[in-house]
Design a protein around this ligand. Structure first.
Ligand SMILES: [Zn+2]
Length: 1020
């Protein structure tokens, strides 16, 4: 039989746009426009004119007159700054403001491509509107652009102002347009052989036949809009208003402050007219900007939180990256986030909300749970390139066994628009219909697109009853979790996913923008070090502001290196300033801890090794001065002993070992290393086990250069085939002996390759089973990946990678699709491949990306993407790697990595003062330092009580009995959550706390030492 379905469906679309929507504005009057750089310098401006140099601000004054005949009608201003319809948030934006007499203003509502209307609430007479407009440039994917830095952006005007007018809105025509749009979408989401699809097609055609008689058209469509379909077993989709605002990305922090203002003002304004509307927003940092800049808007948000319409979520300072920050940084993201939300809104968040983050390490569940959040929302794994994740809702089980209830909104976006098509996709895409009936749909334009619009809310109202498979309602994210938890309690089979949520794309973010990454790494190390020395002195040291600045830079487009040049310039400057201040504070603290010549060891591992220090041997240094080696730069190599997390007087010890060097080899009591005429390492023998580390015929510590052309997101992505095209840089090089022992030997290998040069220095120290490889680069390539390869004669299926609060195993082979996807993995301070009794670790003090296929550990040293920052990573870089053979277990490797990353400081003061015992000492059951236990923080409690807070974790996967002692006898002790609130009491015996740690268990202890006792009794 003949069917004209296709043609009628096309008719509906065209007539909706061309015949129905024009009826919505029944009358219009243009507004007179003035424009200028500020309100004191406005000049007449014509619609159709260009405005807006990159990153500039333009003020518009719009004036007009509401005529008497519009009395009682719904009046709006329509303001189109010259928007591109398809890129809400990634272009110009406006803010309608109310001026105060003193030159300040109050934000009223954002103006965006999908929100060009502003409701005028006034009687006939003159109308004056003021709009602050930002001409942020667009960055077409994925082309290199000079617009990302003020220095290179130029002055060309970017936008053409389209229109400003007053309009009269016909509410009936508007409602009809929504009805047609939603019913049409519902119809199209049905199967073509669904009888209802044919009926709705007829109704829509009949409705359009009535146009321009709006009342008749509405009568025609009304029965279908009111039809009761479906039953009580329908899936429940909970929609929640949202605006995913990237804290910086294709715009600098400066602009994000205004994006948040526009979005939050719009979100709050919409609540007046839609009482059912709820909006959730994460990131304490964003709220602090509103609080500081727009107190009136902030007060309105506080009010809406109290009424339950505004829902703070996430409990974090920003939506930070999860791969790269240290464990303690992730803890502080939660501590600073939860504290802020609780303090300002009386709310402690129960859901982690990081929809857009590039992978989720296996240590996270216990961190979330200890921060009060047993629920987790993310969405990003729907971007996986290789494997589709099998669940939408599941228990995510971390390294230590902690589980958090995790939900991936099946709409596969955090910027939904509540269209019938999305709604249908969301139901079809949900993976857990067998046991669950609930899912979440975050809706609203992100990134300065302005959040939810009234169109979305109108669609939600209409869709609620129209789908046979699912209902939609607007509610808090917690409502979804509460229902899922009830299902779980009833015994429904919630699936469990154990281990990391590896993200199968964006692997280049482990390496891009090295200076941002290393600035963060230094700052997070110095922050905990400053806290340690302050705690050692028992002196409060307010570091909150410094922590917060670092936490902001851990945002998921800053630390991963996926932002424009301006953002990374900001990051390097901010982190540099924080670093400088921390160095000063640490110096001041250490000066007060002790005088004379002192060594301070911030690592959570004891030191007994050859150190290279800037000290003056002519000073009053005790010990075997003859056993020192003066280095070519004047520094001094010597063996010394310092306890973990403590200080000790500088006493030179006998070396007990020496390095012997020839033209092509160096040897100490542990390692024998050989290199060829081009400086390529041909052999590393572990003397203790008599094992050769380098496979026959191969060379180690080799630089490999590969063209690096991602298919899409340049700074983000690394492709599986990139390393296939790598060239090993093993040709002629300049080889020279830089230090020749007896404590330290160094061999320098200098190479140039194309526009870049490298200086690689091999270093062996007396007494050390570790060959250090220091790499200095002058990196001038475009779009290349530089790696260093360590081929290893070790047979292991898995590599153990150091991550926050433990290690995760990654395959050394691409055997299954899930294994093959892990061709670039994150490791913080070491990566290890091991047979049961023998392994080799590759340590680093400043890289994250690793490749462990093909019988080698490869460390990604540098990339050079051209989008979005055309200059990313060109310049000078340094890093120290190390190759370290070892026996069974990882405790020794972990301790070595801690020492490499937190080097000993030499402090010289005017007078000798007795150095204190460490603030905390962690001892294993054998009475020796517990090398497998990581100490993440030693600090005075935030509440000012004087209690000592010690955060520690079992780092290697063992069950471990430890004793925790402090400088003074412990009187009482509690196990706490991350917010330092006591949860359970710990027994104290003889002034010491003993506890057993499960594999990878994270524990926060609050210890009340004798001197600081305040009379509290042991909590139970
Ligand atoms: Zn994002």
């Amino acid at each position: 039989m003949f069917s004209d379905r296709d043609l009628v469906e096309k008719r509906i679309q065209r007539e909706l746009w061309e015949r129905v929507l024009p009826l919505v504005h029944s009358d219009r009057r243009p507004l007179t426009i003035e424009a200028g750089p500020d309100l004191d310098h406005l000049e007449p401006f014509e619609a159709g004119s260009s405005w807006g140099a990159p990153w500039a601000t333009t003020w518009f004054r719009l004036t007009g007159e509401i005529p008497p005949e519009w009395t009682g009608r719904r009046i709006e201003a329509v303001i189109d700054l010259g928007f591109h319809q398809r890129a809400a948030g990634f272009q110009c934006e406006g803010l309608v403001v109310e001026l105060d007499g003193d030159g300040s203003f109050r934000p009223r509502q954002g103006i965006h491509p999908r929100r060009t209307n502003y409701v005028i609430d006034s009687d006939p007479g003159p109308v004056v509107l003021h709009v602050e407009a930002a001409s942020n440039p667009m960055f077409p994917q994925f082309t290199s652009s000079p617009l990302g830095s003020l220095e290179t952006a130029g002055e060309r005007l970017l936008y053409r102002f389209r229109q400003a007018a007053l309009v009269v809105v016909d509410p009936a025509a508007e409602a009809l347009a929504y009805d047609i749009e939603v019913l049409d979408g519902v119809m199209r989401s049905l199967a073509t052989d669904d009888p209802r699809r044919a009926r709705l097609l007829r109704v829509l055609a009949e409705t359009l036949d009535r146009i321009p008689d709006v009342a008749a058209a509405r009568r025609s469509i009304a029965p279908s809009m009111a039809e009761e379909v479906g039953g009580s077993s329908r899936h429940r989709s909970v929609a929640i208003g949202h605006a995913h605002i990237d804290t910086a990305w294709l715009w600098p922090l400066r602009e994000t402050k205004r994006k948040v203002t526009r979005t939050f003002a719009s979100a709050a304004a919409l609540m007046d007219n839609y009482p059912e509307y709820k909006f959730c927003a994460s990131s304490a940092q964003h709220y602090t900007w509103i609080e500081e800049r727009h107190p009136e808007l902030f007060a309105k948000i506080v009010d809406r939180v109290e009424r339950g319409q505004w829902v703070p979520v996430g409990g974090m300072w920003v939506e930070s990256d999860m791969n790269l920050p240290s464990g303690e940084s992730l803890v502080r993201q939660i501590v600073f986030g939860q504290r802020y939300f609780e303090d300002r809104f009386g709310v402690r968040c129960t859901e982690v909300w990081i929809p857009d983050v590039f992978g989720y390490p296996a240590g996270l569940p216990q961190v979330f749970a200890a921060g009060g959040m047993h629920r987790f929302v993310t969405q990003k794994l729907s971007w996986n390139k290789q494997n589709r994740f099998p669940h939408s809702t599941f228990w995510w089980e971390g390294l230590d066994g902690t589980r958090v209830l995790t939900h991936f909104p099946p709409v596969d976006t955090y910027n939904a628009e509540i269209t019938p098509e999305e709604f249908a996709f969301s139901i079809a895409n949900f993976r857990d219909h067998g046991w669950s009936s609930d899912s979440l749909m975050p809706f609203g334009h992100g990134d300065g697109g302005g959040g939810p619009t009234r169109e979305m809310l109108e669609r939600a109202r209409r869709l609620a009853g129209l789908d046979t498979r699912a209902t939609v309602e607007i509610d808090r994210p917690a409502a979804v979790f509460e229902r899922i938890e009830r299902d779980a309690d009833r015994g429904l089979p919630v699936p469990v996913w154990r281990g990391e949520l590896y993200f199968e794309t964006h692997r280049g973010t482990l390496t891009s923008q090295l200076k941002t990454k290393l600035g963060n790494r230094r700052c997070e190390r110095l922050l905990v070090e400053a806290e340690l020395w302050a705690a050692t002195l028992g002196r409060p040291e307010d570091l909150d502001h410094l922590w917060q600045q670092v936490l902001t830079q851990q945002f998921h487009d800053i630390l991963p290196g996926s932002s424009i040049e301006w953002v990374h310039q900001d990051a390097e400057r901010i982190l540099g300033d924080v670093e400088e201040e921390l160095e000063e504070r640490i110096a001041a603290l250490l000066a007060d801890i002790g005088g004379g010549a002192l060594l301070a060891n911030p690592a959570d591992a004891p030191v007994d090794e050859v150190l290279i220090l800037d000290v003056d041997l002519d000073g009053d240094i005790p010990g075997e001065l003859d056993a020192c080696q003066t280095m070519s730069d004047g520094s001094v190599a010597l063996r010394a002993v310092v306890p973990a997390l403590g200080v000790a007087p500088l006493v030179v010890r006998p070396a007990g070992d020496r390095v012997v060097l020839s033209d092509s080899s160096m040897t100490n009591g542990h390692l024998a290393v050989r290199w060829d005429a081009h400086g390529n390492i041909t052999s590393i023998i572990d003397l203790g086990s008599a094992r050769e580390l380098v496979p026959a015929g191969q060379v180690s510590a080799v630089l490999e250069l590969a063209p690096d052309h991602p298919v899409e997101y340049d700074a983000w992505d690394l492709e599986s085939w990139t390393r296939t095209g790598a060239a090993a840089l093993t040709g002629p090089a300049e080889v020279s002996i830089a230090e020749s022992g007896p404590l330290v030997a160094r061999v320098r290998v200098e190479r140039s390759f194309g526009p870049s040069t490298s200086t690689v220095t091999y270093e062996l120290r007396a007494g050390s089973p570790e060959l250090r490889v220091h790499v200095a680069l002058d990196w001038r390539h475009d779009e290349h990946l530089l790696s260093m390869a360590f081929p290893l004669d070790v047979r292991a299926d898995m590599a153990m990678c150091d991550v926050q609060f433990g290690v995760v195993a990654r395959p050394t082979h691409p055997s299954s699709p899930w294994d093959a996807a892990k061709f670039e993995v994150c490791a913080h301070r070491f990566i290890d491949v091991a047979e049961p009794d023998f392994g080799v670790a590759v340590l680093n003090n400043g890289r994250y990306g690793h490749h462990v296929f093909d019988g080698a550990v490869r460390v990604s040293l540098a990339r050079a993407a051209t989008y979005p920052d055309p200059n990313a990573d060109r310049g000078h870089h340094e890093v120290t790697l190390a190759i370290r053979p070892h026996g069974a277990g990882l405790a020794d490797v972990r301790a070595a990595a801690a020492r490499l990353n937190s080097p000993v400081r030499a402090v010289t003061g005017p007078s000798a003062v007795a150095s204190p015992t460490p603030a905390v000492t962690i001892t294993g059951a054998d009475g020796w330092p517990a090398l497998g236990v990581g100490v993440d923080a030693v600090k005075l409690a935030d509440d000012g009580s004087g209690d000592l807070v010690v955060r520690l974790h079992e780092a290697c996967g063992n069950r471990t009995r430890i004793s925790v002692a402090t400088a003074d006898r412990i009187v009482s002790a509690w196990r706490c959550n991350l917010l330092e609130e006591p949860q359970t009491g710990e027994e104290v015996g003889d002034g010491i706390v003993a506890l057993t740690l499960r594999p990878f268990q994270l524990v926060t202890l609050r210890l009340c030492p004798a001197a600081g006792t305040d009379g509290r009794s042991l909590a139970g």
